[in-house]
Design a protein around this ligand. Structure first.
Ligand code: SF4
Ligand code: ZN
Length: 300
């Protein structure tokens, strides 16, 4: 039997990158301390801020809400949750049920926004790839607008070190270098854009899953029916991590150092204007969300 390094009880996991075996309770404390350190190191949340945590019901955003709730008990920030009902058949209903249970368990106020209220239905979009791109546009728009209109200082998402690395490689290989500010643990807001924060920047999907299981945090262990079947980049990243434990954490930490030396403006230097239809920030005449609305059949 492998024993916990801290208390000697039966270990539930061997964390290769830290050379640690931990029991259930010690893992929960260890994980929360790791996230707390990242939040302090990168000043992810500032004192007195009102944070809107966006939760989908999946393991990562559920872990994010749970750990942020624990941190909010000793740190000086306020926390509420937001769920976007994307209207994806049974999946959205199951996700909302889980998020309601999660928020009740954690005693966090839940805000629900429905995409159908804006006349958009993902079912009307033909391909899976286009659905995901429309869904991403809608989520970014609704998170930002809801947070700003309801007095939140920042929007927290459940992005993990795995997500950051996958985005980084995809963008780097396609020669897109205008992404940099989006890969930091905290992207400062400007004008109508609310600050975005990523408290799980240094945490991996596996660590989040283990935290949910060890702390009995409710989450939906099912993929969206529109999710792409395979993410090649994530497979490559897992493969490197298996061969070189600690690779992901080390890579994203150095990515922050590199980007901080390059990024000086919150708006990433891009020029912007206001959407002719809704007034939100955009780089074109009509924003991506309003273009999406125009292409969709209004809900009767
Ligand atoms: Fe949206 Fe589902 Fe695509 Fe995720 S997989 S972006 S939830 S449509
Ligand atoms: Zn618009």
């Amino acid at each position: 039997m492998i024993r916990c390094r801290f208390c000697g009880k039966r270990a539930v996991e061997v964390l290769k990158q830290y050379r640690l075996s931990l029991c259930r309770d010690c893992y929960v404390k260890f994980y929360e301390r790791q996230v707390e350190r990242a939040v302090k190191r990168y000043k992810i949340v500032k004192s007195g801020e009102k944070v809107l945590a966006c939760v989908s019901g999946g393991k990562d955003s559920s872990a994010m809400l749970a750990v942020m709730k624990s941190l909010s008990e000793t740190a000086d920030f306020k926390l509420e949750a937001m769920f976007i009902d994307l209207g994806i058949r049974d999946y959205s209903e199951m996700s909302l049920n889980v998020v309601e249970k999660l928020c009740e368990k954690l005693d966090v106020n839940l805000n629900v926004v429905r995409l159908s209220d804006y006349g958009i239905r993902l079912e009307n979009i033909n391909t899976k790839r286009k659905k995901c791109s429309a869904c991403g546009t809608a989520k970014r728009y609704l998170m930002n607008r809801f947070a700003r209109e309801n007095g939140f200082d920042c929007v927290a998402t459940g992005h993990t070190s795995d997500d950051i690395l996958a985005f980084f490689f995809k963008n780097w290989l396609s020669g897109n270098f205008s992404w940099s500010a989006k890969f930091l643990p905290r992207t400062e807001g400007f004008d109508k854009m609310v600050t975005k924060v990523r408290p799980l920047y240094l945490s991996s999907e596996k660590e989040n899953m283990l935290y949910c299981v060890c702390r009995s945090v409710p989450f939906l262990n099912e993929n969206c029916p529109y999710a792409p079947s395979k993410d090649v980049w994530k497979d490559i990243i897992y493969d490197i991590e298996r061969k070189k434990p600690g690779f992901k954490r080390c890579f994203v930490m150095n990515l922050v150092k590199y980007l901080k030396s390059k990024t000086h403006t919150g708006s990433n230097g891009e020029s912007y204007r206001y959407c002719r239809l809704c007034g939100e920030i955009t780089t074109s005449d009509i924003c991506a969300f309003c273009r999406l609305k125009q292409r969709n059949t209004p809900v009767k």
